[in-house]
Unconditional design. Structure first.
Length: 156
């Protein structure tokens, strides 16, 4: 019996987007990104963005960052950390994340404006080509969080 391939997470779902907005985050939000790169970037979904020669997923992600930063900063955000990952100190030994990134946005509203900006979206194909898998976790300063309750877990 063949097992299903592992789930990949590259885009928010309508449900996760709705839950993010319904958190009613007041003020700044920090986005924790965990990134797993493809060995070779896959530009099949966006061939118009493909470099002449094959590049790694990590290199494609650098193209995405270079494209994204002006749009991010124009909407009140900034890249505050980008670092190489490695083996977990606490966590599954077979799970790897090649890089972690922290992005600050001044509010949910400015994040949503950034994420839906047509000029920003033109370079999204570099991200798609680069990533094998990802996670995006919105973080809120506990002192500024409107809702102080612990996050709910469906079904518990």
């Amino acid at each position: 019996m063949q097992s299903d391939p592992p789930a990949r997470y590259l885009q928010p779902t309508p449900e996760s987007g709705r839950a993010f907005v319904l958190r009613r985050i007041a003020g700044e939000v920090i986005m924790l990104n965990l990134l797993r790169f493809r060995d070779v970037a896959d530009y099949s979904a966006n061939p118009e963005l493909a470099p002449r020669e094959p590049i790694s997923g990590a290199e494609a992600y650098q193209l995405y960052i270079a494209h994204t930063l002006p749009h991010l900063r124009r909407t009140g955000g900034d890249l505050i950390f980008f670092g190489r990952g490695g083996q977990f100190l606490i966590g599954p030994p077979d799970e790897r994340w090649d890089a972690a990134m922290l992005v600050r946005q001044s509010s949910v509203e400015t994040f949503m404006a950034f994420a839906s900006d047509a000029a920003y979206l033109e370079g999204m194909g570099h991200r798609v080509a680069a990533l094998e898998d990802s996670r995006l976790l919105p973080l809120v300063d506990r002192e500024k969080d409107v809702d102080q309750r612990p996050p709910s877990r469906e079904g518990t």
